[in-house]
Design a protein around this ligand. Structure first.
Ligand code: 48F
Length: 263
């Protein structure tokens, strides 16, 4: 078969346009494609919800690829091991309760599961604002990351979603946008983003899960962003809390979506 260069372009433009159109109205819009965001996109899509995930970078995976100090191995505790098993990620128990896995296998397995479950992943997109309607968030404002990086004066577009998940990691970008631009109080003890504390993996892993919750009407936080928003410590290259937080937020938002269907 002779290959027509223009037909290649046509195939890309047609199918991408369909994909872009399909995410204009979704059940859930996730910001950030690190372990927490990827994990919750998988569980929500698996349960039949329309999910889009926006990732600023070319690649998904966030801080997972590099393991610890670029040794591309991650560690999970006993509770996290169950999720590695669910995604078919191989691991070895190095010490009692400390399981190590290949970080590349982990990112690719979870990313592949999310795509196959039906989550739409839009890499190279940066979320720069939220849609505020009647004291709740109704969607996101997005632009190409290249526009942001080049500092071009190009307006973004808006996408509607019933729920938003801030899985932007240490930066907790959506929480900061709500505080700064909506001028609203967050559902934290101070009403503000409290800020992340120094390393303490044991407490951090527990608090990540505890603080996986709604921080503003229709906005949830997952992963490292939970600790940034609620003032929990960081935890370094242990990733069980990230995956478990992703699963928990999917359950919480899934229940809210079921509630909307019933009313
Ligand atoms: O940082 P990241 O991996 O967050 P996470 O899923 O996991 C944290 C761990 O990697 C590690 C840790 C725990 O072991 O301490 O740091 O909570 O992934 C966050 C992703 O969000 C993207 C960013 O590029 C990264 O890949 N991101 C951040 N802000 C935006 C964004 C934005 N405004 N729009 C789109 N993507």
């Amino acid at each position: 078969m002779a290959i027509d260069d223009v037909k290649i372009s046509d195939a890309i433009i047609k199918t991408f346009s369909q994909k872009l159109h399909s995410i204009l109205e979704t059940d859930v819009a996730i910001v950030g494609g690190g372990p927490a965001g990827l994990c919750d996109s998988y569980y929500l899509a698996r349960d039949g919800h329309n999910v889009v995930l926006f990732e600023r970078k070319l690649s998904i995976g966030g801080g997972m690829w590099g393991g610890g100090i670029m040794f591309n191995q991650i560690v999970v505790q006993k509770e996290g091991k169950q999720l590695l098993d669910e995604f078919g990620i191989r691991s070895v128990e190095v010490d009692s309760g400390y399981y190590a896995a290949d970080s590349v296998e982990a990112v690719t397995a979870i990313g592949s599961a999310a795509c196959k479950a039906g989550a739409v992943i839009m890499n190279l997109f940066s979320v720069e604002d939220v849609l505020i309607r009647d004291e709740r968030i109704d969607g996101l404002v997005v632009n190409w990351s290249s526009v942001e990086i080049a500092g071009l004066h190009v307006d973004p577009i808006s996408v509607g979603s019933k729920f938003v998940i801030d899985a932007t990691g240490h930066a907790a970008e959506i929480a900061h946008i709500i505080e700064r631009k909506v001028g609203a109080k967050l559902l934290t003890p101070t009403g503000h983003v409290i800020g992340e504390r120094s390393m303490w993996a044991d407490v951090a892993e527990m608090l990540t899960l505890e603080n996986t919750k709604e921080i503003f009407p229709h906005v949830y936080v997952a992963g490292m962003a939970c600790n940034a928003v609620f003032g929990g410590p960081r935890m370094g290259p242990i990733f069980g809390g990230m995956l478990l937080s992703g699963k928990k937020v999917a359950e919480l938002v899934g229940k809210r979506l079921e509630g909307l269907t019933k009313t």
